[in-house]
Write a protein of this length. Structure first.
Length: 293
C-alpha cells in the first residue's frame, strides 16, 4: 500500500479519537477523505495522509528549514540518550495502564521523529502496538512526519485546544514544547501519564555563553517550569539526562538552526560561532512524569 494510503487508513480506523475543533462533537470519516462532525463541520485529509484541524492557519517560527535541521540533528544521535530514558520510563509506566490498544499522544511533536522512535521501541521491546498520534501547529513538521512514518496519525492542531475526545489517551508526551495541562488532563484516561521533557540547566550552555555573553539569558533554570508542572499533575518521577554531543563540521549549521536559542541572535555572534567552530555541546534534559491529581 502507498504511504499516503496507509496514513489515511490509520486516520479512518481511529477517527473515534477525534472531536470537532469547532463544536466538540464526534467526528466520522466520510468517503475516506474528510473528517466530518454531526454539525457538518468538515476537515479534508491532505493527499499525503495527514489532517489539518486548525480553523485558520497559524504562523509559527518553526518553519521547514528549522524542522529539517532538527530532523538532521535528531538523526545524528543528539536525542538518543534522552529517548532511551523516556522509553525506559514509558515501559515502567505502561505496565500499569490497562487500556488496549493504548493511545499515545505527542503534543508539539515537531517533525515527528521522537514519537516514531518511541513507538518502534515499544513494539520491539514490549510487543505491544500502541496507537500514536502526533499534533503540532507547524504544518511543515506534520508533512515531514507523515512522510517518515505513515503508520502513525499526524495532525496539524493546537495543543491548547486539542481536537481529541476526553479520556482516550494512556500517555501524553510533551517534549521541549509548550504545555497546556488542562487539555493534557482532559484527554488522558484515569490511569494515564504525562511525560514532559524540559531543558536542563546546562542544555546547550556553550551556545548560551557566546550568544548571551552580556545578558541574563546566559544562564537558564527550569525550576519555574517544574513548579508549574507540579501544580497541575502529581509529579511521580523525575530524571535528569546528561550527555555530550560531538559536533561534526557539517552538523554545526543544523545545530544552530534547530534551536530557538538562535532566533534573535545578531549575525555577528552567529558568525563568531562559525569562525571558531564548536567541538562539543552539553545536552542536558529533565524528564518529568506526572499523573492526574
Ligand atoms: C522546540 S520544538 C520541539 C519539537 C519536538 N518535540 C522536538 O523535540 O523536536 C517546539 C514545537 O512546539 C510546537 N508548538 C508550539 N506551540 C504549539 C501549540 N500551541 N500547539 C501545537 N504545537 C505547538 C512548535 O510548532 C514546535 O514544533
Amino acid at each position: 500500500m502507498r504511504k499516503a494510503e496507509r496514513a489515511k487508513e490509520q486516520l479512518k480506523k481511529y477517527s473515534h479519537l477525534f472531536s470537532c475543533p469547532v463544536c466538540g462533537s464526534d467526528m466520522t470519516m466520510v468517503e475516506g477523505k474528510s473528517l466530518v462532525c454531526g454539525n457538518r463541520h468538515n476537515f479534508d485529509l491532505a493527499k499525503s495522509g495527514y489532517i489539518n484541524l486548525l480553523q485558520r492557519p497559524v504562523k509559527t517560527q518553526y518553519d521547514r528549514e528549522l524542522l529539517a535541521a532538527r530532523k538532521l540533528v535528531a538523526n545524528s544521535g543528539f536525542f538518543t540518550p534522552l529517548l532511551s530514558v523516556v522509553s525506559a520510563l514509558l515501559r515502567e509506566r505502561i505496565g500499569q495502564i490497562t487500556q488496549s490498544p493504548m493511545a499515545i499522544l505527542d503534543a508539539g511533536c515537531g517533525e515527528g521523529s521522537h514519537l516514531s522512535v518511541l513507538i518502534t521501541r515499544l513494539r520491539r521491546e514490549m510487543e505491544i502496538s500502541p496507537i500514536g498520534v502526533g499534533v503540532d501547529l507547524a504544518r511543515e513538521g506534520i508533512q515531514m512526519a507523515v512522510k517518515n512514518d505513515p503508520d502513525l496519525i499526524w495532525c496539524v492542531a493546537d495543543l491548547a485546544k486539542l481536537p481529541l475526545k476526553n479520556g482516550r489517551f494512556g500517555v501524553v508526551l510533551n517534549i521541549l514544547s509548550p504545555a497546556n495541562y488542562g487539555e493534557f488532563s482532559r484527554v488522558l484516561n484515569a490511569e494515564g501519564v504525562l511525560l514532559k521533557v524540559v531543558p536542563g540547566k546546562k542544555y546547550l550552555t556553550e551556545l548560551r555563553t557566546v550568544f548571551f555573553a552580556d545578558n541574563d539569558q546566559k544562564t537558564y533554570s527550569n525550576e519555574r517550569v517544574i513548579r508549574h508542572f507540579a501544580k497541575h499533575f502529581q509529579l511521580v518521577a523525575q530524571q535528569k539526562v546528561f550527555s555530550r554531543f560531538s559536533v561534526e563540521e557539517e552538523m554545526l549549521r543544523p545545530l544552530l538552526k534547530m534551536t530557538p536559542l538562535s532566533w534573535h541572535v545578531p549575525k555577528e555572534k552567529m558568525e563568531q560561532v562559525f569562525r571558531k567552530g564548536l567541538k562539543e555541546v552539553t545536552v542536558e534534559f529533565e524528564v518529568l512524569v506526572g499523573q492526574k491529581t
